[in-house]
Every structure is written in structure tokens, then in C-alpha cells.
Design a protein. Sequence first.
Length: 237
Amino acid sequence: MTRIFITGSADGLGRAAAETLLGEGHDVVVHARDENRLAAAKDLVGRGASAVAGDLSDPAETREVAAQVNRIGDVDVVIHNAGVYTGSAIMPVNVVAPYLLTALIEGPRRLVYLSSGMHRSGRPDASRLRSGTYADSKLFVTTLAVAVSRIRPGVAGNAVDPGWVPTRMGGPGAPDDLRLGHLTQEWLATSDDPEALTGGGYWHHRQRRDPHPATRERHFQDTLLAALADLTGTPLS
């Protein structure tokens, strides 16, 4: 049995992944931004999931989420699913929170970060951490996934483009398959397939794809990690 923490798992792709992984017998930790939102996951808790709450747009609450997860016990996998598309929380939720949780949660050997095909339109400029676009945020979190695999031997960090799927964020008219939208995350989290055990990949429907070239540039990785460490006061060891 694998213990898997999934951010933003009260609805959408995060909830779908939690449902599947619980059904397969894994130990799942679900997350919502507050206790009211956790009510949407009470059926998952009733099936045996653990639950944590905290607003990932607030670094202090993000640190508390990490502390809650660590109190539950060592986690094998983190799926960084939570994300927002518009507003001032884009960078805090899509980039800063995954970075802090990566730095603070103890033990995971597999880390899965939700990206987007839109990351290819992002600008590889770490100064945009305070004011960047959605595309910038997905470029940054994809770069984080690749960098983690480089600096943490034995840890497989991967980014996933789930496609444009009919979730609350994607909208009811989204054309892609919802099941395929969370299948790759589940596979990377639990499979013993040799491909799933590799790190530094950018995946779409269980197929490796070529990401923005900047994600693989060591200088940009190091610049981004340094900027995140400076912004949060927490280095990524």
C-alpha cells in the first residue's frame, strides 16, 4: 500500500485521482483549502482517506498543510494537483505552494506536478514569480519537476499535462477525456513500470513529450530555485 497526498482533491482531477487510488487500496491523504471545502470530500474520508486543510495561496497555511501531512506519517508520493487559472493567486498556488510542499513534506520518492500545454507560452524569467501569467506558472512548475529529479537522487519528479478536460477549471465544454486527465498521475504515483519510475519527464496521456527547452536548462533551474528560496526563506535541499 502506497501513501499518496493529493493537493486540491475536493473536486476535479484531484478528487478523481483520489477516488481511483482509494479504490485500488492505497492510503490517500486528501486536501482542500478549508474545512468547508473538505466537506465535499467527506465520502472519501468515510472510505478511509485522511484529510488536511489549508489555503495554498497563503505560504503560512501551506507550511501548516505540510506539517499536517508530516504528522500523519511518511508519504510515498505527492501529487501537486491544486491550481488556479486567473487572479492574484496564480503564482502562490501554482508555483510557490508546490515548491514549499516539496521542501517541507518528509519522505516522498515520487513527486507529480500538474502542468499544462500552455507552459510552452511561458517566459523563462524568474522575476515573474510575483506577477506572471498562468502560462508562466506552468513553465515554472514544470521546471521544478525536472530540477527536483536532478538535485534529489532517488526522487522521481515528473510533470503532467492532463489535457483540457471538463472540470470546474476546464469548463463543461472542454474536449478532452476526463479519465485520461488523471490516469497519468495515478500511473506515475503507483506503477512499477520502468518508465513510471523515471524522473524529469513531461507527460501527456502516459506518453513523454518534449517540454519548453528552458525546463531542461540547468542555469534556469538554478535561477528559479534560488528565486523561490529567496521568496519563501526556505531552500530546497
